[in-house]
Design a protein around this ligand. Structure first.
Ligand code: ADP
Length: 395
C-alpha cells in the first residue's frame, strides 16, 4: 500500500493529511496547534470518524512531528513506516529559485531555509519539518510544493514594483504572490467544469479565506496576483491590511510611539483587516453576525472587504482584457453565499448575472444564470490533494 503525507507547517502549527495513493483516499488528518507554547494541542482524525485530541507541551516543530509518528503507530494507523513512500511539504516562499515543485534534497532544504528572508515565520519551520521527516521516513520521496511557483509565470510589468530597478537586481525586491497551489487547482478545475481547454480561458480566482488573494489566470498561467513581496498586500483579510500607502508607516510609528518598524508590520499583519475595522473579530462569520445585530463597524468591515475584492476583479479584467470565469474558493469564498452575492451584484455591469438559487451552496457549482456573459463558479479548494498529486507526479 502506498501512503503519502501532505504537510502544511505554519509558524506555530502543523496540518497533515495522510492519503492512500493513487486512490486519494484520506486515512488520517489532523492539526498540531500552539507549537512553542506549554499548552500545545495535537488533534488527529482517523478510521472514518475516530478522533483524538490532547493538550501537551509542544516546544517546537520537531516535537510536533515526533507526536505525529508516535500516535500514528499507537492508533495502528500505520503498521510499518515503510508504507509511507511519499511526503509533500507546502512551502510559503520559493523566491525566484523554485518555478515548480522540487524533490527534496539537503540542498533544497538549505535553500528553503535561506528563503526565510522572504517568509521568516514559515520557511525556517518548514525546513525543520522536512529534516524531521527525512529522519523518520528516509526512503520516502519528499517533495516541496511552493506557494509561489504558480505565480512565476507573471510578466515583469506585473511583478515589478515602481522602485529603482537595482533593488530588484540586487535584493530580489518584487511581487511573489501566494496561495499558488489553490489558484492552480481551482483554475484547472474550472476549465474541467466548463469543458474547455484552459489555454482558451481567462479566469479570475478569488481565494477568500482568513488570508485572501486574487489571481488573474490567462490561458492557465498566473499573470498577476494581489499578494505581493509578502502575503500582506492585496485585499482586506482577516487580520491583514491588504494594500496601504507606505507613507503611513513613519506617520503611524510617530503617532503610536513605535520604535521598531517590525512592531508596525505586526500590527498590519495581525491587528488590521476585518478585525481592525470591526473591532469584533477576524472571523467572517462573527463579523457577519455582528453586522446583522446592527454593529456599524462590523458592517463597514464587510463593505470594505467586498469593495477591495471588487476592485481587484475590475483590475484583472483590465489586465487580461476580459474574463470568462470568476472562481470563488477558501473559507469565505466557498461558504458565504452572502459575500459572493455582495461582490458579484456590485459589478453586474460587466455582464455577471447571479442566480440566487444556484448561489445558495457550499459545493462545487456554477452560480450564475445560463445567460450570464461571465460565469462565476464556486469551487472548494483542496491544496492537500494537490500536494499529494505533486508527490505522485515526481515519484
Ligand atoms: P485559512 O486562511 O486560515 O486557511 P479558511 O480558508 O479556513 O482560512 O477561511 C477562514 C474564513 O472563512 C473565516 O473568516 C471564516 O469565518 C470563513 N467562513 C467559514 N465558513 C463560513 C460561512 N459559512 N460563512 C461565512 N464565512 C465563513
Amino acid at each position: 500500500m502506498s501512503k503519502t503525507f501532505a504537510i502544511n507547517a505554519g509558524s506555530s502549527s502543523l496540518k497533515f493529511q495522510l492519503y492512500n495513493m493513487p486512490e486519494e483516499e484520506v486515512i488520517a488528518k489532523g492539526l498540531v496547534e500552539r507549537i512553542g507554547l506549554n499548552d500545545g494541542v495535537f488533534n488527529i482524525e482517523y478510521n472514518d470518524g475516530e478522533e483524538f485530541e490532547t493538550t501537551t507541551n509542544i516546544p517546537d516543530h520537531a516535537k510536533a512531528v515526533e507526536l505525529l509518528f508516535d500516535y500514528l503507530q499507537e492508533f495502528n494507523i500505520i503498521d510499518d513506516l515503510n508504507e509511507i513512500d511519499g511526503v509533500g511539504h507546502r512551502v510559503v516562499a520559493g523566491g525566484e529559485i523554485f518555478k515548480e515543485s522540487a524533490v527534496v534534497t539537503d540542498e533544497v532544504i538549505k535553500q528553503v531555509d535561506e528563503l526565510g528572508e522572504f517568509a521568516p515565520l514559515h520557511n525556517p519551520a518548514e525546513a525543520v519539518v522536512m529534516r524531521e521527516f527525512q529522519k523518520r521516513v528516509p526512503n520516502a520521496t519528499m517533495v516541496a510544493v511552493f506557494d509561489t511557483s504558480f505565480h512565476t509565470t507573471m510578466p515583469e510589468e506585473n511583478y515589478l514594483y515602481s522602485l529603482p530597478y537595482e533593488y530588484y537586481e540586487h535584493f530580489a525586491a518584487r511581487k511573489y504572490g501566494a496561495h499558488g497551489t489553490s489558484h492552480n487547482y481551482v483554475s484547472r478545475r474550472a476549465a474541467e467544469i466548463v469543458g474547455k481547454p484552459i489555454e482558451d480561458l481567462k479566469i479570475i480566482t478569488c481565494h477568500l479565506g482568513n488570508g485572501a488573494s486574487i489571481t488573474a489566470v490567462d490561458g492557465g498561467k498566473s499573470v498577476d496576483t494581489s499578494m505581493g513581496f509578502t502575503p500582506l498586500a492585496g485585499v482586506t483579510m482577516g487580520t491583514r491590511t491588504g494594500d496601504i500607502d507606505a507613507s503611513l508607516i513613519p506617520y503611524l510609528m510617530e503617532k503610536l510611539d513605535i520604535k521598531d518598524v517590525k512592531d508596525m508590520i505586526t500590527i498590519f499583519n495581525k491587528k488590521s483587516g476585518l478585525l481592525g475595522i470591526s473591532g469584533v473579530s477576524s472571523d467572517m462569520r462573527d463579523v457577519e453576525e455582528a453586522a446583522d445585530e446592527g454593529n456599524k463597524r462590523a458592517q463597514l468591515a464587510l463593505d470594505i472587504f467586498v469593495n477591495r475584492v471588487q476592485k481587484y476583479i475590475g483590475q484583472y479584467i483590465a489586465v487580461m482584457n476580459g474574463v470568462d470565469i470568476i472562481v470563488f474558493t477558501a473559507g469565505i469564498g466557498e461558504n458565504s453565499a452572502r459575500e459572493r452575492r455582495a461582490i458579484l451584484e456590485g459589478i453586474s455591469w460587466f455582464g455577471i448575472e447571479l442566480d440566487e438559487e444556484r448561489n445558495d451552496t457550499r459545493k462545487e457549482a456554477i452560480i450564475t444564470t445560463d445567460e450570464s456573459k461571465i460565469m462565476a463558479i464556486n469551487i472548494p479548494t483542496n491544496e492537500e490533494v494537490e500536494i499529494a498529486r505533486e508527490v505522485e507526479r515526481l515519484k
